[in-house]
Every structure is written in structure tokens, then in C-alpha cells.
Design a protein around this ligand. Structure first.
Ligand SMILES: NC(=O)c1ccc[n+]([C@@H]2O[C@H](COP(=O)([O-])OP(=O)(O)OC[C@H]3O[C@@H](n4cnc5c(N)ncnc54)[C@H](O)[C@@H]3O)[C@@H](O)[C@H]2O)c1
Length: 508
């Protein structure tokens, strides 16, 4: 049995040849490894073999690999009819049904078949690697090897260190992943590992905004896609795409596995929507309606062409007053005095605070006040919110002036942190806590989230770009307002904000 991962005889076993197993087998043969595939279901491995040959040949047609390389890769793939034929595998990757008892039984059987120093890896996405390994005689050779779907396209893999995993095991898995063209990220065996843990904030804060009656699903998605944050999809589009039957279960499971950590708390309406079968795209109805698989999005709200005579810009917010005044001065008279004149409508740009409390604290009339989110500037879609008592006329005039240059405006109800501030601050905070808990390095957190979730920036990078001080201020203000521990800033974030250093700075 070859142990050198660069040896042409190094053989990888893949158990379970469904969605994930076939992808893992494909990148492994293309990466130069011999692969033996096994599936318990009659004919499944043969189907996977045919699929992989097709994919490898297609890669050659597209010029991604040569004809010769494709032929060699296809030649390295064999299917076997029982686990007992995996004896010469130096690494076996399991990608079978997500069930702890079944996985444990397979690992236990494998231990009697493979060599003493062969590695056993699981592609589990939600089970504890330590618990899978606990059923083995040699838990130190068991690790998580969590690929993402579709494997050949999402070029990141989480190498999960279980409680007992020996360092050499994860080191070898790292090196093998690189040979197969994937970026390994190292993570401790904690719920959601790295990517699904760091990705929580987008969902939990999105659903919290909806539960609190602040904005509609399409408004949250529009702001996160077009408002400067640059997400490809908002949380509700994502849940509709994955299916709420899957994402709802993951949401609840991670919350429970972290002993009801409030940062991960889902909202009650999620369970009801699951019970009602509103799973999303696959059933034609979720947070959006789908016709012939096409999302039907609500129309943009109409905009008044009337503009206010003058807009008083409040001093609240870090650089908000300047951003607002710079934009408004092309369209209206801008007031920046201590108090608004009688004819002015009032615009404030709070960070982490709501419109109503901002108006009250500034001593201005809440009836003629609106707030605008300036976290990402005003180049993209703008978010404007009313106080609890803003006059309709004031709201419409403010909407009009914010749309005067043709820009789009989302008008929401009052909320500390609008949409973007609260979602981004939550994402940065959760990743700061991942770094604080030493689950992964700051570099790996950014890399994993960008490659695994296609975020425009890594979460800690987001924090650095916007400013750790600002993110910390948003969270602190939200924590003060709600008294909800989900908004408490992570020690990692607090210390780096106070020191004025990058969120990427490791602990001494
Ligand atoms: N689908 C995803 O997006 C995704 C992403 C990451 C990780 N995962 C994880 O990967 C694993 C596989 O998921 P999948 O989506 O490929 O599932 P799948 O249902 O597409 O494939 C599973 C395959 O395993 C076979 N199988 C089941 N029990 C077996 C056994 N005891 N021995 C041998 N073969 C057996 C089945 O016949 C099936 O072909 C799960 O642990 C899942 O949590 C899935």
C-alpha cells in the first residue's frame, strides 16, 4: 500500500457514489489518484462511473485537461462490489447517508479491512466527526473531509480535526486536497464546522428582520444584493434555492448544538413555513412565488417626483452627515445647523440605532424624520426607514429625493441597524467569535467563506473594510436597544476595535 501521496499507486476509496461521492471521486482521479468506488445500492456505482467519465471527457473537450490526461484519469477509476476490496486504499472517504449509526458501522467495518495507518475520512456536513470516530479502535486516524456541492466547482474543502485526530492525518488530507486542485481550510470539530457556522449570520439576521416586521423578504434580498454589500443572493433567495426543508433543519440544528446560543436563534415562523411545505423553488412557493422555475419578484415601489424644499441633515452617525449632504446638495437646499428650519424634512444616518430614538435624542420631530443607511455609501440601492410616526408626505418626499438621480430606494420600518448594518455586523461578529474560539485561523475563515459561500469578501475582511470600530458601535447600540445577547460583540472584535488593529490580527 503506497503511503506517499505523490506515488502513482496511492489509492483512495470512495464509499457512497451519490451527489458528493461522485464529485470527490472525479477530482481525485483527475488529481492523479487511483480511486475505488463502492455503493451499497445495486447499480449506483456504475451510474456514477459513467457520470464521471462523461465529466472528465467534457473537461477535455473544453480544453481544461488534455485528451491524454482524461484517458489516464478515467483509467484510474474502478468500481468494487464490497468494502472488503478497499484493503489497499491509503485513504477512504465516506459520503454515504447522513446517519451517525450507519456511518459508525461502516467505519468500524473498514477498520478490519484497511491497513493500520490508512486514513478514514467522512464527508459529513452536520454530524460530529469525534462521535463518528468514537466508534473506531483508532480514532486518531479519523478526520472530517467536508467538500461542497458541486465538488468540482466549489474548490474548498474543510479538513476537520476531531477531538482525537492526529495532526499528521489532517496534514495529509490538506496535501491531497491541494493535489486535487482544492483549497483546504482547517477547522475544529464544532457544529457547522467553519463554512456553515460562519454563514449563519446571513440567515438568522435575515429572518429576524422579517419576524420583527421591519422589511419584506424581497426588500432584505434587494438591499444585500444591490446596496453595496455585493452578495449574489440574499438570505430568502438562498433559502428558497436550497429548500427550507433543508435550511430550516440546519438552522435549528446549529442553534441546538450550540446549547441555544442566541446568535443562532431561528424564528418561529420558519417552523410553520416548513410545516406548510413552503420549501421554495422546488415546490414553486417559498418566500417568493416561482412560475416555470422563474422567480416572481414584487414591483419596485412608485416614487414621487416632488422634492422637499429643504433637508436638514442630522449630526448622528460616523460619516453619515457628509455622505448625505454630498448627495442631497445637487437636488435640495441642505441644512446642517443645530436645529431644522420649519420647512425642512429631517434626515439622519444612524449606526446601529433606529430612526425614532435618534430623532428623540436629537430633539427633532419624529413626524418629519427619516433615516438613511450610509454604511456602504449611497452609490447602490439606498435603504430609508421611517420613525414610528413619520408623516406619509415626509416619507414620500424623502423617498423622492433619494431616488432623484435614478437610484433605487428600499423603504423599511424602523430598525436599529436598518438591514445591511445589522446583517453585516452579525456576520462579522460571528466570524470574530469563530476566530476567538480558535475554530479556524482568520485567513482560513475568509478563504472558506469566499470559496464555499461565494461572499464578495471574507467576513473579517468585511469588518476591516468597513472598520472594526464602526461594526463594534453598531453591535453595541443594538445590544443596548434590544438587551438581546445575540448582539453582544465578540471579545475578538471588541479588543481589535479598541486597539485600532485589523480583525485578522492573531492573538499573541
Ligand atoms: N448534498 C450536499 O450538498 C452535501 C454537501 C456536503 C456534504 N454532504 C454530505 O455528504 C454525504 C453524502 O451526501 P449526498 O448528498 O452525496 O447523498 P446521496 O444520497 O446523493 O448519496 C449517498 C449514496 O450513499 C449510498 N449509501 C447509503 N448508505 C450506504 C452504505 N451503508 N454503504 C455504502 N453506500 C451507501 C447511497 O446508495 C447513495 O448512493 C452526507 O453525509 C451528506 O451530509 C452533502
Amino acid at each position: 500500500m503506497a503511503q506517499d501521496i505523490n506515488s502513482p499507486d496511492y489509492t483512495i476509496g470512495v464509499i457512497g457514489t451519490g451527489t458528493m461521492g461522485r464529485g470527490i471521486a472525479q477530482i481525485s482521479v483527475v488529481g492523479g489518484y487511483k480511486v475505488k468506488m463502492f455503493d451499497a445500492q445495486e447499480g449506483a456505482a456504475a451510474k456514477a462511473e459513467e457520470f464521471i467519465h462523461r465529466m472528465v471527457n467534457r473537461a477535455a473537450e473544453k480544453g481544461q485537461i488534455t485528451e491524454g490526461e482524461a484517458e489516464a484519469a478515467n483509467g484510474r477509476l474502478v468500481i468494487v462490489n464490497s468494502l472488503s476490496e478497499m484493503g489497499d486504499c491509503s485513504l477512504v472517504i465516506e459520503a454515504i447517508v447522513e446517519n451517525l449509526d450507519v456511518k459508525r458501522a461502516v467505519f468500524s467495518e473498514l477498520e478490519g479491512i484497511v491497513a493500520e495507518d490508512a486514513i478514514l475520512a467522512s464527508n459529513t456536513s452536520s454530524l460530529s466527526v469525534t462521535q463518528i470516530a468514537a466508534g473506531c479502535e483508532k480514532p486518531e486516524r479519523v478526520a472530517g473531509y467536508h467538500y461542497f456541492n458541486p465538488v468540482p466547482l466549489l474548490k474548498v474543502v474543510e479538513v476537520v480535526d476531531g477531538q482525537m485526530t492526529a495532526p499528521w492525518v489532517a496534514d495529509k488530507l490538506d496535501a491531497i486536497a491541494r493535489k486535487c486542485g482544492h483549497e483546504p481550510v482547517r477547522t475544529q470539530d464544532t457544529p457547522g464546522f467553519l463554512v456553515n457556522h460562519a454563514g449563519r449570520g446571513l440567515y438568522t439576521e435575515g429572518v429576524r428582520i422579517l419576524a420583527e416586521g421591519i422589511a419584506e423578504p424581497h426588500q432584505v434580498d434587494d438591499v444585500l444584493r444591490e446596496g453595496g454589500a455585493g452578495f449574489r443572493m440574499g438570505p430568502f433567495e438562498l433559502m428558497d434555492t436550497t429548500g427550507l426543508d433543508v435550511s430550516g433543519v440546519v438552522m435549528e440544528s446549529i442553534y441546538e448544538q450550540f446549547y441555544q446560543e442566541q446568535r443562532f436563534k431561528p424564528q418561529a415562523f420558519i417552523r410553520n413555513r416548513m410545516a406548510a411545505g413552503l420549501y421554495g423553488r422546488k415546490v414553486g412557493q417559498g418566500f417568493y412565488t416561482y412560475e416555470s422555475n422563474k422567480k416572481i419578484a414584487p414591483e419596485e415601489a412608485a416614487v414621487l417626483s416632488d422634492l422637499p424644499d429643504s433637508v436638514w441633515v442630522g449630526p448622528e452617525g460616523h460619516d453619515a452627515a457628509k455622505i448625505l449632504a454630498d448627495y442631497l446638495q445637487d437636488y435640495v437646499e441642505v441644512e446642517t445647523g443645530a436645529k431644522p428650519s420649519a420647512k425642512a424634512i429631517c434626515m439622519v444616518g444612524p449606526m446601529g440605532r433606529d430612526a425614532t430614538m435618534t430623532a428623540v435624542d436629537l430633539g427633532i420631530e419624529a413626524e418629519r424624520t427619516v433615516a438613511v443607511d450610509t454604511l456602504f455609501g449611497l452609490d447602490g440601492r439606498r435603504t430609508m426607514m421611517t420613525t414610528s410616526v413619520t408623516d406619509e408626505g415626509v416619507r414620500d418626499l424623502a423617498h423622492g429625493v433619494l431616488a432623484a438621480d435614478g437610484g433605487k430606494v428600499t423603504v423599511i420600518h424602523d430598525s436599529p441597524g436598518f438591514i445591511a448594518q445589522r446583517v453585516i455586523a452579525t456576520i462579522v461578529n460571528i466570524s470574530s467569535e469563530i476566530a476567538q474560539m480558535r475554530i479556524a485561523t482568520p485567513e482560513d475563515i475568509n478563504k472558506a467563506v469566499m470559496l464555499g459561500l461565494a461572499y464578495p469578501q471574507g467576513p473579517l475582511e468585511f469588518g476591516d473594510t468597513l472598520g472594526a470600530v464602526k461594526i463594534h458601535a453598531i453591535l453595541t447600540a443594538m445590544h443596548d436597544f434590544y438587551g438581546d445577547p445575540r448582539y453582544r460583540p465578540s471579545p475578538w472584535l471588541t479588543r481589535r476595535a479598541r486597539l485600532g488593529i485589523s480583525l485578522m490580527t492573531p492573538e499573541a
